[in-house]
Design a protein around this ligand. Structure first.
Ligand code: ADP
Ligand code: ADP
Length: 234
């Protein structure tokens, strides 16, 4: 890592990019924490779920191909998601680092990411794993609401949507409930997470590459713990 003359790290940016992966079950708060941290570090927040929803909204071939998997709470095929990640890494803003949220999600994707990084001669700084019990995840996912315009995430109880006229894109937020936040799809996604992502988490843990954060706390407290775990000022 580069050091400036007084021994402190230089500011994050093109000469000192930060590359992070957020792992954890659906609803644990990866997106919520990623939004603020990516802004703070001035790196793009790359959410494969958001990229897929955007593709779906625009009616692209990829979006239409992904739709049936997403609606059912299943994983979209690895090759489809890998291509999205490769394309996103090639964009100019990704040169200053990135925060990858929702990828990788199984052992195959973990291996594909390792290969991609080695081809690009890049390394990961940290893999952060957010833990939380299932009952709380169901509560969070069931109450999750998203703004169609600014993409921000809210919760009917824990992070209520803003009042009129406060969308960062102007006017009011257009709040909707994701179709995969239905009760059936939530249970399916938690099951898929255990089966597919569980072994990947254990893989990272066995390599001692995992920073574990208690995601079951309040949004603010998780943020404080995350800053501390990454060695950032609180
Ligand atoms: P959540 O965090 O609530 O699980 P995401 O926005 O990360 O939601 O993902 C929504 C859906 O998009 C997933 O259920 C899955 O169908 C698809 N998806 C997102 N990322 C991946 C991925 N890495 N591999 C396969 N499918 C993905
Ligand atoms: P993920 O990206 O891991 O699927 P989100 O960031 O979308 O999770 O959060 C899921 C839901 O839970 C959202 O409605 C969000 O507002 C809410 N939420 C996130 N973190 C917390 C927290 N620490 N406590 C309570 N609710 C939270």
């Amino acid at each position: 890592m580069l050091l400036v003359r007084d021994g402190r790290e230089p500011p994050r940016g093109i000469d000192n990019p930060m590359r992070l992966v957020f792992l954890g079950p659906p609803g644990v708060g990866k997106g919520t924490q990623a939004e603020g941290l990516a802004l703070q570090l001035e790196i793009p927040h790359i959410s494969t779920g958001a990229i897929l929803r955007d593709a779906l909204g625009r009616g692209t071939t990829t979006g239409l191909e992904a739709k049936k998997f997403m609606d059912a709470g299943d994983l979209v095929p690895d090759a489809v998601v890998l291509k999205l990640v490769e394309d996103r890494f090639a964009e100019q803003d990704a040169a200053s680092g990135w925060l990858l949220d929702g990828y990788p999600r199984n052992l195959e994707q973990g291996a594909a990411l390792d290969d991609l990084l080695s081809t690009l001669q890049l390394t990961l700084d940290h893999v952060v794993f957010f833990e939380c019990d299932s009952a709380e995840l169901v509560r969070r996912l069931g109450g999750r609401r998203v703004c169609r315009k600014c993409g921000n995430t809210f919760h009917i109880e824990f992070a209520p949507p803003p009042l009129q006229g406060t969308c960062s894109q102007g006017g009011e937020c257009e709040i909707y409930q994701r179709s995969d936040d239905s009760e059936d799809a939530i249970l399916k996604r938690l099951d898929v997470y255990q089966r597919e992502t569980g072994p990947l988490v254990e893989h990272f843990r066995s390599q001692a590459r995992l920073i574990v954060v208690d995601g079951g706390q309040s949004i603010d407290q998780v943020g404080v713990d995350l800053q501390g775990a990454l060695g950032l000022p609180k």
